[in-house]
Ligand binder design. Structure first.
Ligand SMILES: *Cc1c(COP(=O)(O)O)cnc(C)c1O
Length: 440
């Protein structure tokens, strides 16, 4: 939390400037929307020479007004004193830019607290290191982002952590079966989800997972947390905390950063749930740096604009691609069979189909490569959620190391192209796809 919320102000700021202006969070009984609050929330210009925008605070350490104040701040850092820290101590723990960013991110998810990290993977690694013990079992949905699978299977595995998985589209019965298998192996450390899954776009029934967790752990005090990677649809189109998840993790590199010019991560949840994660971050130093935090503040001002435009353009592009003779089928959340379980999950959990989808071309690798090599506006690169449209070939790139049998199970075929739509003019994108398909 930013100290500007504290009516007494930070003890490290000269007395004359100790009372920052309170944030306006509602007007006439109406709660203000995050899109409005992104321009000012958590920052008082009076604390920074009247600067409209927060400066980038490049400092490794912070000066205490008195020894007693320093002691009090450390009591917060070490957990000896309850509540949000009253003052800043050292930049491995926190800084003004990161705190403002964390406050603003919390608004999007309508949640108490947020922590930001040097990458999506450092957010995930710090969270799992904080919550999982040797001998624990992690239950996870499949597939996961490749580096997350490596982290759980190969790295935490070295410390005696085991895992059990269920497919992303699983029914309650299949989820229960995963809990049964996990229980037989040891204590369940956490339940880790990713929805929609990359690259299949399969949605996980978060509510069913949370219900299963509660049924297997009737005592709320000993419930393993449900953690979900919400990178593909969050924070605009899916709010997992409302469906029973406890912690949401993000690669802020994608839609939140949104310009393909930074790498960062985030974890959001209740203050109590985040406390051990914060403590782990303080210890190992996986916090985002002030410059990246500042760039993310700028990105969040246009988050809704960018995501809305990308979502609308993706709908137009997919509608055009769907009927093209060169296209076999398309994996886009806007085109789910209304009778399917996936459509049921979509209706309950999602408010938009996103802008990242799978395109299955007629043919194989040669046709997919010709298509990719013929694109003139769309860039050939992995990643997603940026202002520019990107296309890649999962089987030959992000999922190259996945064994063939597993690729077949996951529908990662040689004719699959992954596309993330940006904010360009939709008709220009369609013209590019049109000429690239003609070249195939
Ligand atoms: C990119 C990504 C990550 C990893 O994030 P980095 O910022 O690259 O560390 C994790 N999960 C998903 C779903 C991603 O797309």
């Amino acid at each position: 939390m930013t100290r500007s919320h504290d009516p007494n102000g930070p003890a490290t700021i000269p007395t004359a400037r100790r009372r920052p202006k309170a944030d306006v969070l509602e007007l006439g009984g109406r709660k203000l929307k995050p899109a409005t609050l992104m321009m000012g929330h958590g920052f008082d210009p009076a604390l920074s020479e009247g600067a409209l925008k927060p400066p980038i605070f490049l400092t490794s350490t912070f000066v205490f007004e008195s020894a007693a104040a320093g002691k009090r701040f450390f009591e917060h850092i070490t957990g000896k004193r309850e509540g949000p820290a009253e003052g800043l101590v050292y930049s491995r723990f926190n800084g003004p830019d990161q705190e403002i960013l964390e406050d603003r991110l919390s608004l999007w998810e309508e949640v108490e607290d947020a922590l930001t990290f040097s990458s999506g993977m450092s957010a995930i690694a710090t969270t799992l290191l904080a919550l999982v013990q040797p001998g624990d079992v992690i239950i996870h949905s499949s597939p996961l982002y490749a580096a997350t699978e490596t982290l759980i299977g190969r790295i935490l595995g070295r410390f005696g952590v085991q895992w059990v998985d269920f497919p992303a589209g699983a029914s309650r019965q299949e989820i229960d079966a995963a809990f049964e298998r996990a229980k037989a192996l040891g204590r369940i450390g956490c339940v880790y989800l990713e929805s929609p899954a990359n690259p299949t776009n399969q949605l996980v029934d978060i509510a069913a997972v949370a219900d299963a967790r509660d049924a297997f752990h009737p005592d709320p005090a000993s419930r393993p947390p449900v953690i979900i990677d919400n990178t593909f649809l969050g924070p605009l189109w899916q709010k997992p905390l409302k469906h029973g998840a406890d912690l949401v993790v993000y690669s802020l590199t994608k839609y939140a950063g949104g310009h393909s010019d930074l790498v960062a991560g985030g974890v959001l949840g209740s203050r109590a749930m985040l406390a051990p994660v914060r403590s782990m971050r303080n210890t190992i130093g996986t916090i985002t740096d002030p410059h990246t935090a500042w760039m993310l503040l700028r990105s969040l001002e246009t988050l809704e604009l960018r995501m809305t435009r990308a979502g609308e353009s993706a709908a137009k592009v997919c509608t055009w691609l769907k009927d093209h003779p060169g296209v076999e089928r398309i994996g886009y959340l806007g085109f789910l069979d209304p009778e399917s379980r996936q459509a049921d999950i979509y209706r309950r959990h999602c408010t938009g189909a996103g802008s990242t989808f799978s395109l299955y071309l007629k043919g194989g690798e040669a046709e997919a490569f010709r298509f990719l090599d013929s694109l003139k506006i769309v860039k050939l690169a992995v990643s997603l959620g940026g202002t520019e449209t990107l296309a890649s070939h999962p089987a030959a790139m992000t999922h190259l190391s996945v064994p063939d049998e597993r690729k077949r199970q996951l529908d990662i075929s040689d004719n699959l192209v992954r596309i993330s739509i940006g904010v360009e003019d939709a008709d220009d994108l369609i013209a590019d796809f049109d000429q690239a398909l003609a070249a195939v």
